[in-house]
Ligand binder design. Structure first.
Ligand code: MIC
Ligand code: SF4
Length: 756
């Protein structure tokens, strides 16, 4: 049965007329992404020929998805909005708070006890406000969404950057911070800058060792972690239609790693098959009925260069398997070059662990292809050289692969099956020996590989590849092994080659599941009490942030000038800190502890200008706050890349940082800052980054006439008495300026609701 079928019917009933109106207004054929965007304009938003990368536009998304680690803040904010029920279908998924330690069952029991307070909170808030709740063990948000909620042509936002996964089923699905989710659940429009469009034409057909993952690994290599910023990536061509729906999901999922707003594919037979296999034939039939509207107009794919801002072409028949890494997902190396590159760079070549699964790569097809390699271990007299783990994406996938004997095959070669949860992908991996910080290599089929991400060890070199390649590499235990050409030695001393992986797109016997872990909300939740213990270490009700004082900001201290990559993991680390995601004051103790101080190249060691001593970032900022002094954070390119977590914006806000000044921002983080009433500024001249000195006192001028498109001025008072004035830009529109003035967007919603 499909969830919220009435909502989907309504979307499909209105979509064609909206698309036709947009085509007429623009007077040209439309891409798929444009069709979905135009079909979801908010009712108060006038249709116009929006300027890509410039116009702010209001949308009405069809649904909201949240995962446990971000849902806490999203729902704490929603509770303040004063609405009785969510305005659009919404769901909460418990997946990030489960540590992978021993194996699924035991780990799940421990996590359920450890985070009981948080799960109970999420369950009761969901129950009260009409939100679908997926219990711990049900699966990872994006896989559960793909199996149950995603539908072609729909628009969804989710409080996780990999929400984009649903593009595999033809959606425009976008990762946001909790405050955005809160707005949409409260029935308000959702604002996004009209995106640029990148077209990726896939010719040829995947074959042999190459998998959908290699498409996105290749694209990441081409576009880098910034290259998709502000754009929707639309994949098309014969290579797209010949690929499975879940494979498309993998490609869209990792589009987050190139900073893309989202990625999507046109509705095709693979999506129809997937919808049917997951019990949603009704949706497939409806989509078939309007299928011309769920793909671009024919002219677009015939002459894509006319309609996309950038065009990339990849021939799948020639595409090689890739491994991307270490430490960044865009460092792409084709497997045939890995030996040379690894040796030249001195990367440790012994593979300690291979990990498959996660929200990115745990489809039935992925697992069946990986198992076809695992089978060869016994058949060919080999032994598995690395440790090997599997993290299924959902209970439905886990149950089905168990039924079909795949888990048994993995068990036979000594693999470990972890819970259906994020686990090692988000640092919830209690890896034995990681605390020794030894240099070592792991390969995985997840999407991110920033330093410390999986096991907290900064010396773990993590490489990202397809599940089948990861399996082969784990069998060989060697990063220089190329399964396409190299042989392994078996127990008889013979040289053997691994056969190419093969698998099934969908289970021949259909999917099955005993208990999917779903909990429906109460029909009338008004009587449900949500209790937050004031003494709790894990949950804390939110206090409104103070409004802007109405003056320019004078005498700010430089908190930190961050050097190089500063992702949301550097700003608000995950792993052990995930447990404080519902407690703003406690989680603020991790603020920027991973960022590298430009002046001493150390993490979490900055000069306290009041004492002249070096100390941790959070404690220093708390000292400034106690003294009533504001501060400013300076950063490099693509600051805040890597996730949707709004804690990275709320923590500085809570601790009294007034502005973040960087060379450039990642999209979600910039919006999160604005929503929380922070100033997010960029250097007009990037070289001015070099003018910032450690002992500077900083003024921000121009705020009393803060207006869209008007630069602000930053005055740097250096210690030697000299002064530098620099011009800084911002992208605030009028509405966002109001958020800043009110001290945060939520303060405005709260007033609106109170006024009613
Ligand atoms: C991630 O993959 O980094 C996460 C953990 O899923 C984050 C969300 C979070 O930090 O809770 C994301 O991608 O947005
Ligand atoms: Fe979870 Fe990793 Fe997917 Fe994020 S990327 S949702 S942490 S599995």
């Amino acid at each position: 049965m499909a969830f919220d079928i009435e909502m989907i019917k309504k979307v499909y009933a209105n979509l064609p007329a909206k698309v036709d109106a947009a085509r007429k207004a623009l007077g040209r054929p439309l891409t798929l992404a444009e069709k979905i965007l135009f079909a979801h304009l908010h009712s108060d938003q006038q249709l116009s020929n929006f300027e890509r990368g410039k116009s702010y536009v209001d949308f009405a998304p069809d649904r909201v998805a949240m995962q446990d680690a971000t849902a806490q803040m999203a729902l704490l904010q929603f509770m303040q909005a004063g609405r009785p029920k969510v305005a659009v279908p919404s769901s909460v998924h418990c997946d990030h708070l489960i540590t992978a330690r021993v194996e699924a069952k035991q780990d799940l029991q421990v996590a359920t006890a450890e985070s009981k307070e948080v799960f109970d909170f999420l369950s009761s808030v969901s129950n009260k406000y009409g939100i679908d709740f997926w219990k711990p063990g049900a699966g990872i948000i994006h896989q559960v969404v793909l199996e149950n909620y995603a539908f072609p042509g729909g628009m969804m936002i989710g409080t996780d950057s990999h929400t984009v996964n649903a593009g595999g089923l033809g959606m425009v699905a976008i990762g946001v911070g909790g405050a955005d989710a809160c707005d949409v659940m409260a029935g308000l429009p959702w604002e996004l800058k009209w995106p640029k469009l990148i077209g990726v034409k896939l010719t040829g057909k995947l074959n042999g060792w190459t998998a959908p993952k290699d498409v996105i690994l290749k694209v990441a290599g081409i576009l880098t972690v910034k290259g998709g910023t502000g754009a929707i990536v639309e994949y098309f061509g014969e290579g797209a239609t010949s690929m499975s729906c879940t494979g498309k999901g993998t490609i869209c999922n990792m589009g987050a790693e190139i900073g893309a707003t989202t990625s999507t594919f046109a509705y095709d037979e693979s999506m129809g098959r997937y919808l049917k296999a997951t019990g949603r034939e009704e949706v497939a039939v409806m989509a078939d009925g309007i299928k011309d509207y769920l793909t671009a107009d024919a002219e677009v794919y015939q002459s894509p260069e006319k309609y996309f801002d950038q065009l990339i072409e990849i021939n799948l028949s020639e595409l090689e398997p890739h491994l991307n890494g270490p430490f960044t997902p865009d460092l792409a190396t084709p497997i045939s070059k890995m030996k040379e590159v690894a040796v030249a760079n001195g990367w440790p070549t012994k593979i300690e662990v291979g990990l498959i699964g996660s929200c990115t790569n745990s489809s039935y097809e992925d697992i069946s292809r990986a198992v076809s390699l695992a089978k060869q271990v016994k058949d060919k007299g080999l032994t598995l050289k690395s440790e090997f783990t599997i993290t299924p994406g959902s209970e439905q996938v886990r149950y089905t692969i168990e039924r079909d004997g795949f888990l048994e095959t993995f068990n036979q070669i000594g693999a470990k099956v972890f819970a259906n949860a994020c686990g090692p992908c988000i640092g919830m991996w209690d890896r034995v020996g990681a605390d020794k910080k030894e240099k070592n290599t792991i390969v995985h089929s997840f999407n991110r590989n920033f330093a410390k991400r999986a096991d907290g060890n900064p010396n773990t070199f993590a490489f990202v590849g397809s599940p089948e390649l990861v399996t082969a590499m784990a069998i060989a235990g060697d990063l220089t092994f190329n399964p396409l050409t190299d042989t392994l030695t078996n127990d008889k001393g013979e040289k053997v080659k691994l056969d190419e992986p093969n698998g099934q797109e969908l289970p021949a016997k259909g999917f099955a599941v005993d208990d999917p872990g779903y909990q429906a909300p109460a029909a009338d939740g008004s009587g449900v009490q949500v209790v937050v213990d004031p003494a709790s270490k894990r949950l804390q009700l939110l206090e409104p942030f103070p409004a802007w004082e109405g003056t320019d900001l004078k005498g700010l201290k430089l908190l930190i000038k961050a050097k190089g990559k500063c992702t949301t993991d550097h700003i608000s680390m995950a792993g052990p800190w995930l447990k404080f995601r519902g407690h703003l004051d406690n989680i603020s103790n991790n603020m920027l502890i991973g960022a590298i101080n430009y002046f001493n190249d150390k993490a979490d060691s900055i000069k306290n200008e009041l004492t002249g001593e070096y100390g941790p970032v959070p404690a220093t900022q708390r000292a400034y706050k106690a003294a009533g002094i504001g501060s400013i954070v300076v950063g490099d390119e693509n600051y805040g890349e890597g996730s949707s977590r709004e804690h990275a914006a709320m923590e500085p806000r809570h601790l009294g940082v007034r502005a973040i000044l960087v060379k450039s921002f990642a999209r979600i983080h910039e919006t999160n800052l604005k929503k929380q009433g922070m100033l997010g500024l960029t250097f007009n001249d990037k070289n001015d980054y070099d003018k910032i000195q450690e002992d500077d006192t900083v003024d921000i001028d121009g705020l009393t006439s803060f207006a869209p498109g008007q630069p602000l001025t930053i005055v740097l008072h250096h210690k030697d008495g000299s002064v530098d004035k620099i011009s800084v830009n911002h992208t605030y529109n009028q509405q966002q300026i109001e958020w800043f003035k009110a001290g945060g967007a939520l303060n405005i919603i709260r007033k609106q609701v109170a006024g009613k």
